[in-house]
Design a binder for this molecule. Structure first.
Ligand code: CP
Ligand code: NVA
Length: 301
């Protein structure tokens, strides 16, 4: 049984198969319309979502399957039923589940029961579906993944972590600019060490974007961090992706954002609008790559 809890669940060739398959779906939206015939997949959310929720819903529908969107606080899960009991019961009805959760551990608990395939639709630690869409986007733009550098400006969070794991397959150079006190997660550090991956770490965003082909940013306050919003907005102020920062990057650099964006914070209106053709393509590609992920999770590719 396959699970996608993080990108290390894929083999190198599977990672590239998914990117290429995503591009096939982008070029032919109605490909494989009966792939998920008679399959029911739940999308379970402990946090808000626009792109993940809708792209998975439409992907499942266009592959001929059934989806149902569940909110944790409307299930008995929210009233103390254990994750194990919930998973055993869900497995009696469903063929697979995608979950967006506060806890990577919860995903692992579900997957370890091995009673239904589990997809991580964002956790505190990773966002694998997002990073797959991002690498698909860059690859589809014709940029050589093994020769480019992505400079991530902001917190080394779930999105950054998944971009790092993906870069182990793609050999993409990764730089990060973040303030003191926002260290890379120990689990990700261990993976970096294990695969002898080198990450350029800067405090100054202007240094990080030198020679960058892609500048990537994400919100300063992730879901679940709202209590720290005030302090984070202060600390990350110098990490805004704005026109001035772009002056320090090559002329042909592109800017990416996983969305939702907080315009005027991590990215200015002006930069967001200049690169909206890339950023909204990233969002669209979530749909195409979800189809590839669904085919993979059910062993169809
Ligand atoms: N990028 C992303 O996962 O968006 P949502 O939070 O809207 O799903
Ligand atoms: N880092 C953000 C990503 C949103 C898609 C969050 O976790 O809220």
């Amino acid at each position: 049984m396959r699970h996608l809890l993080h990108l290390m669940n894929l083999k190198q060739d599977e990672f590239f198969t998914l990117l290429k398959r995503g591009i096939e779906f982008k070029n032919n939206r109605l490909l494989n319309p009966t792939a998920l015939k008679n399959k029911s997949i739940a999308l379970l959310f402990e946090k808000a979502s626009t792109r993940t929720r809708i792209s998975f819903s439409i992907a499942i529908q266009e592959l001929g399957g059934h989806y149902l969107v569940l909110h944790a606080n409307e299930l008995q899960l929210g009233r103390g039923e254990t994750i194990e009991d919930t998973t055993y019961v869900l497995s009696r009805y469903l063929d697979g589940i995608m979950i967006r959760t506060n806890s990577q551990k919860k995903l692992e608990t579900m997957a370890n029961l091995n009673v239904l395939p589990v997809i991580n639709g964002l956790s505190d630690l990773y966002h694998p579906c997002q990073a797959l869409a991002d690498y698909m986007t860059i690859y589809d733009l014709g940029m050589p993944l093994d020769k480019i550098k992505i400079a991530f400006i902001g917190e080394p969070n779930n999105v950054f972590n998944s971009l790092v794991l993906g870069s182990i397959y793609t050999k993409t150079k990764i730089a990060i600019a973040c303030p003191d006190g926002f260290d890379i997660h120990p689990i990700v550090k261990n993976i970096i060490k294990q695969y002898q991956k080198e990450i350029e770490i800067y405090k100054n965003p202007k240094e990080a974007v030198k020679n960058a082909n892609v500048i990537y940013t994400d919100v300063w306050v992730s879901m679940g961090q709202e209590k720290e919003a005030e302090i984070r907005k202060k600390v990350f102020q110098p990490y805004s992706v704005n026109k001035d920062l772009l002056q320090y990057a090559p002329d042909d650099v592109i800017v990416m954002h996983c969305l939702p964006a907080h315009r005027g914070e991590e990215i200015t209106d002006e930069v967001m609008d200049q690169f909206s053709h890339i950023i909204f393509q990233q969002a669209e590609n979530r749909l195409h790559i979800q189809k590839a992920i669904l085919e993979w999770i059910f062993g169809l590719i």
